[in-house]
Design a binder for this molecule. Structure first.
Ligand code: ADP
Ligand code: MG
Length: 267
């Protein structure tokens, strides 16, 4: 099932993301360690890794929301950490929790950024918002408040809000977290299908193996702040590195449970 109306493509110029020797420490804790990789123009690039491995911190560096300790990120020819870059590249982030304003209707949530940044007059903004809503089959939700939406709809609204700026680069943080398998599949189809009719470059942070291996052009695995592998999905279906196979296909063994190996249970 696809919820996309693909008859009305969004124009745009796609971009390359280049991460070079990126290091980030908070105090003396190193969170990102010498990270280098490239996201090619128009590609869907999935970053997978365990909780706490540095995925969100890395995404924030690409979005220009965090400053590197050393090294850096370029979006096309621009430095992601330069505040001017956000004015030059159409970049949108779909955050894990959706980050919708609860006091604003769906329509006003979508119109907020274009209004604040004067991306057109009210009529032009209405057209952008309507188009984004229609792409995600959300026309009927325009006047609803976020509290009246299901979890899956909130995610779709968050993606629609990103589309309003006609993005060249879309960054998703755990887009399928907390969704049931059918809703996850819907969101995965949306991410894949958007790319087919826009020229957007997509960077998807996830620990959803199905998402990464089904729609990514390439996948990177981050562990403990380091990139452990970059490849096409097939490479990971036949991975031999025990850390990677254990992450992608953890053995479930109640006779030898992990939590008892980690520490004594004091509860
Ligand atoms: N602002 C911050 N200050 C200090 N430590 C942080 C900050 N943001 C993230 N961290 C730490 O960086 C590590 C990676 O976090 P994060 O990127 O959120 O992991 P995840 O891979 O689950 O998205 C974690 O240990 C986290 O506690
Ligand atoms: Mg995270």
């Amino acid at each position: 099932m696809s919820t996309l109306d693909t008859t009305n493509p969004i124009p745009g110029k796609t971009v390359r993301v280049t991460v070079s020797n990126l290091n980030k420490s908070y105090g003396n804790v190193a969170v990102l360690r010498d990270i280098s990789f490239e996201v090619r123009p128009g590609e869907i690039f999935c970053l997978m890794g365990p909780s706490g491995s540095g995925k969100t911190v890395l995404l924030k560096h690409i979005a220009g929301l965090e400053k590197p300790t050393s090294g850096g990120v370029r979006i096309g020819e621009y430095d992601a950490a330069d505040p001017e870059t956000r004015a030059k590249v159409h970049l949108a982030v779909v955050f894990q929790a959706g980050a919708l304003f609860n006091s604003l209707s769906v329509y006003d949530n979508l119109a907020l950024y274009p209004r604040e940044h004067r991306l057109g007059d009210e009529k032009g903004i209405r057209e952008r918002v309507k188009r984004a809503l229609s792409i995600l089959s959300l026309e009927k939700a325009a006047n609803r408040m976020p509290s009246e939406l299901s979890g899956g709809m909130k995610k779709r609204v968050a993606i629609a809000r990103a589309l309003v700026i006609e993005p060249q680069l879309l960054l998703y943080d755990e887009p399928t977290a907390e969704l049931d398998p059918i809703l996850s599949a819907t969101i995965i189809e949306i991410i894949a299908t958007l790319r087919e009719y826009t020229t957007v470059t997509s960077f998807v942070v996830t620990h959803d193996r199905a998402l990464a291996l089904s729609i990514a052009d390439r996948v990177a695995i981050i562990m403990d702040g380091r990139i452990r592998a970059v490849g096409v999905p097939d490479d990971f279906k036949h991975a031999t590195d025990p850390d990677i196979t254990n992450f992608l296909n953890p053995v479930i063994d109640p006779k030898n449970p992990r939590f008892k190996q980690l520490e004594t249970n004091h509860e």
